[in-house]
Write a new protein. Structure first.
Length: 269
């Protein structure tokens, strides 16, 4: 089924999503395990360490926002090509289908993270007893990260790496630069790139909010200010999503020869 979908020049989005879910079920350690680990790490830090060291908003609703951010910062999201090299190799030269595949991968990661974070946001809303504000937080954890996720995926477009076992990397440790150092940097990169992009997306609405009301990091936003900031941020996030996917495809087309060579040789690390 997957092979047939990959060969279809008019690749439907639904088929690409089903193919990605099949890949994740076959290799759960690539995505599900990392997403779950990110969530556990964030929760441990939230409850055991000073929150102001790691998080911008430390009130009850901040937990849902932080959980979404950490779980979206998935290393496989920044290795979007080499995590599925066979499909990508088959679709290089078919930009429309390749764009569909990239969007499907982003959508599947969203489906793994967003529902849980929305439930957590609702649970926080029960504690705060402010359902109007809770609705805004639910929308925020579901919509706002989409642009940051797409831009973070550009890291894996520019610098893909093959998912080799740690034992293989240890045996190849003499090739320190391409096999160990490059891989180490690229596995850490999403935890730096995603927050940076998310902050950039929120820079304009945050500046507007600061000018109007000021920011108290220990409290939640006023509902009216939250609504305005959310609308502006969602619009910027959507623009980032469109731009990032278009730029990714253009870059792949320009570097298709080198990319084919790299993805075809797993020994390059």
């Amino acid at each position: 089924m997957i092979d047939h979908v990959a060969d279809d020049p008019g690749l439907p989005f639904g088929a690409a999503v089903r193919a990605e879910f099949t890949r994740i079920r076959t290799h759960p350690g690539d995505t599900v395990a990392v997403v779950a680990l990110n969530g556990v790490m964030m929760t441990v830090i939230w409850f055991l360490l000073p929150r102001s060291w790691f998080f911008t908003f430390t009130g009850p609703s901040g937990y849902a926002l932080a959980l979404a951010g950490w779980m979206y910062s998935d290393v496989t999201a920044s290795n979007i090509l080499a995590a599925d090299p066979d499909r990508v190799l088959e679709l290089i030269g078919d930009p429309a289908s390749l764009r569909t595949v990239l969007r499907a991968k982003e959508a599947v990661l969203w489906m793994l993270v967003a529902p849980l974070c929305m439930v957590v946001a609702i649970a926080c809303g029960v504690a705060e007893q402010d359902w109007q504000y809770t609705a805004l937080v639910v929308i925020a954890v579901a919509v706002v990260p989409i642009g940051a996720l797409a831009v973070t995926g550009l890291v894996g477009v520019f610098f893909p790496y093959h998912q080799q076992p740690l034992l293989w990397r240890w045996r190849q440790r003499r090739r320190f630069g391409p096999v160990v150092l490059r891989w180490s940097i690229l596995t850490i990169a999403p935890y730096l790139v995603y927050p940076a992009v998310a902050c950039a997306i929120m820079a304009v609405p945050s500046a507007l909010w600061w000018l109007v009301d000021g920011i108290d990091r220990t409290q939640r936003l006023p509902t009216a200010a939250s609504a305005v900031c959310l609308v502006v941020t969602a619009a910027l996030s959507a623009l980032c999503w469109v731009w990032a996917n278009r730029y990714a495809i253009a870059w792949i087309e320009r570097h298709s020869v080198a990319l084919r060579e790299y993805l075809s040789d797993r020994e390059r690390g």
